[in-house]
Design a protein around this ligand. Sequence first.
Ligand code: ADP
Length: 610
Amino acid sequence: MKNRITAAAPWLMAGLIAVLCALLSWTPLAARFDNAVHDWFERIHPAGVRSPAAVIAAIDDRTLMETGGDRALRRTLTRLLDSLAAAPPAVLAIDVTLADPGLPEEDAALAAAMARIPNLALAAEMLPDGTGWQPPIPAFAAHAAAISHVHAMAGPFDDVNRRIPLERVSARKRLWALSLDSFRLYASAQEIVSSPADVSVGSHVFHSRWDEGRPFRIRFRLPGDMETVSVRDLLSGAADPAKLKGRVVFVGVTSLSAIRDRLFTPVALDRPMAGVEIHAQAFETLAAGTAPGGTLLIASPLWTILLTLLFSTLMAAAFVFLQGRLSIAAGVAIALAAQFTPYLFFRQGWILPAFAPASASALSFIACGAWRFVIVRRQLATAESAKSRYQQAFHFVAHEMRTPLTAIQGSSELITRYNLPEDKRKQIGQMINAESKRLARMITTFLDVERLNAGQMEMATAAMDAGDLIDTCIARASGLADSKAIRIDWPGADDLTIQADRELLEYAVYNLLTNAIKYSPRESTVRISARRDGAGVRISVADQGIGMSKDEVKRLFQKFYRTERAEKSGIQGTGIGLSIVKEIVTLHGGSITVESAPEQGSTFTVTLPA
Ligand code: ADP
């Protein structure tokens, strides 16, 4: 049981860690980690040039400086629109708030310029308190093919703008994003259609859930890579306005002083990006549609669980099936793969969770590594202690065998060298016989342990009387008991027929009896009893000897184990007798229990089934 748990430990730990990390991945901390990782991916693997490429007509610092600044913005726009009217862009999106009436003649001139631009999209901002829109004044709105919102979407859990809301509603009026309206105009689609799960423009469907605020993730190009032309250059003739014919042009203020309209994005964490550029980038992402790597699709939560499980299971497998350095190397490789996989997927346009697989693989690495360490240490310790116990026993056996061998050797020499009287020869012959039998018994015992353990020992069961068996054992042990003046108390038992292997069971009972005598003081009593126990039989051997502690009882049936008290007592022993007894009882389908306390005597009870 214990071994089975130990063997299952790496799988269990890996599974638990996977579930834990998958759950943790929905916490703000993990979301921020994922954000940081994905932002980094965007910087090292930004989107390439896309078709159609949007153009940013930037009202930059120099434009403002040379055209009269903020206050002359409408005049500047009028001049820009006039310069574009002859060869108009496919779409002209103006990210400038035109909500308040200006000087009447200036507004009239701008409205007239707007009238000559075919696909004009104008911006409306939501009131700061969210209670309504600030649309362009009617004179401008009349010429707009679309009036759109210009908001971005920060987060989750930080201030970085990776997404725009495709739709925003205020005071019951819904506006689409400037980039989305521009795309509709560019694609000459009649309208934008929405469902709870997505938004479509003509045949283009964008996955964006209404209940999540209609987010749409921008696939960014690096800031400097967006095609940008300064409005000042277009007006001064340094750039040719006709070059913008048929293009999608986003006009907006990029001046660094216009901090209000600059936001943090993944590709420019240090320097905020101008709002107009965010719209242009969003437009390009929409236009790239489902082209590989064009848009970023966010993998479903199922992926989080699957990937996390996959990597921690692989980690467990590495430590279960591989050994030593190889398992560590495989573990490191798996941990690296867990870090690297989100990047590979990112390159294919998928946003995979990064925190859960990475943390799960790292934690599983530590857990399985620790498990491995413990297992190896435990195996080493068991091997060491078995080895040392075996060595001790071996020394003892060598020592024990020498005694009868010396006796045999000496006696046989006596017989051959000297002409001894007949009775003396007979006596020596008997001694040689007894000593060689003792030697043979000792060897048999040792071999029995091995054979029993290897399952090679055969049982020859037959019906027999338990009382009769106990009588035999007592007779054999009486010499030992007499030498210590120990009384064996045996009330006898009637009709206790059992099915057993006589030789083996005799060995077991005899062993318990001799142990009781060996580990008892002189002139004490050993009680042996046998009685029916249900359909089976229960045999008890109780002594008044040295006893043992609870911890020692637990280890008692281990091969070669001897208690400290027994070692110190000077009583010779090998510590294998009880391990054989236990084997024998188990082979008979029975069980053995010990009740004992130090210096309080011990009671060994064997229960055999019917
Ligand atoms: P051995 O007696 O040769 O050492 P056993 O396997 O028969 O080997 O017993 C193992 C150990 O269990 C003994 O060394 C002794 O420490 C302890 N033991 C066995 N029987 C008794 C008993 N009746 N009283 C106290 N200790 C015992």
